[in-house]
Design a protein around this ligand. Sequence first.
Ligand code: AMP
Length: 452
Amino acid sequence: MPFSKLGLSEPILNAVTELGYTAPTPIQAEAIPLALKGKNLIAAAQTGSGKTATFVLPILEMLSKGETQKKKRARALILTPTRELALQVCKSIEAYGKHLALKSIAIYGGVDYEPQKQALIDGVDIVVATPGRLRDLYTQRAIHFDEIEILVLDEADRMLDMGFIEDITKIIDTLPEQRQNLLFSATLSRQVRELAKDTVANAIQLSFNKEGEGKPNIDQWLITVDKDKKSALLSHLINENNWQQALIFIETKHGAGKLVSQLEKRGIESECIHSGRTQAIREKILADFKAGNIKYLISTGVSARGIDIDVLPLVINYDLPFPADEYVHRIGRTGRAGASGEAISLVSRDDFKNLCMIERRLGHLITRKAIEGFEPSKEVPISVLNFEPKNKPVRGSNDEKSSAPSGKSKRESSSSRTKPNFESRSKKSDTSSNRSSKSSDSKKLPPNPWNV
Ligand code: AMP
């Protein structure tokens, strides 16, 4: 189906054509006509599926048709988990709305309140915001929600993971009851469904996380290695492979800084972003990475949320994240827009419990490759795919929590910190037919991870 059949008007169609989009992605083809009819939607869709345009295009279409009663007040509100994503969504609004006179603003924490307040006084049509700062501004009466017609919850699962549930529900309580609601989430977990039940009544549910259509094609593999050999292994891989660009995920901000110096000692230039760096520096580094001026970017999970590069060829997990969905999010940074991508994880014995959860989530083992000279002394067992943990694994880092806007750390720190209780196959089973550690043939496994 061409864009022209979706019900969008000329200025929007022209903007989309100028961006080089030839046809809507599957989620756009299905959801945009429904959104234009005013339906409430709950969509399971990954980053990279074209979900941003799925909600931005109908918002632009609908807002370009009317005018607020009390001019200058926002008519659409988009909640996002991080400031990087808020800025990214705002950029998309500018691009798709370049032939329209609608104004948008990104509102997020960690920066001065005044410019945001002034922009709200000057008047905006679309507010894209992280929940904490938005709630602060509402409490200060700097923003009014009485003209909001459309609410979007973008990456709802991430917002819940980051502990924003209270801010979200408080904000929603203050919105006009008569409004359209669009919820997007990589996964429709129980918590997301509960949020949806309370906020998105009579919604049409759409899922785009099936095998095949429009999903990224990512070649995933892992290398088992001792924890203290990871930086040497990474340097070795970088030197051997001469990678054009890689995004390297790490759990802690301290670890990110340390890795930059370790790579530097081996003659490899890299940069890092994490919650300890100022917003201005993070934005500059991201822009340099996108422009290709930085080859290796080390990032904690949340700091990388706004990274949106169509041709990013490689993602490296220096540590394995928890929860498992975070792994899926991370590797979803590559293999976008039809391109193929590669995701490599460096897995030490400490990562084993997270590996179990990830492989269980994927429904298959990740291909293992051995790198000569880096064989681990502490072997990483093969995980059990139908394994049920008695307790949740411990999340590796506080960095994601501290990087949430507006001091959310107290609320977020209530997550489970009980000791993990994992089972594994016996070491003997490492030589079983299930084991793929000596194999370099990743084609034996499904081509992408969205087959759960
Ligand atoms: P998203 O899932 O919204 O993060 O979008 C992922 C990437 O796909 C972004 O870089 C968009 O610019 C791009 N994109 C979105 N829709 C289309 C489309 N219909 N055709 C080509 N690229 C698209």
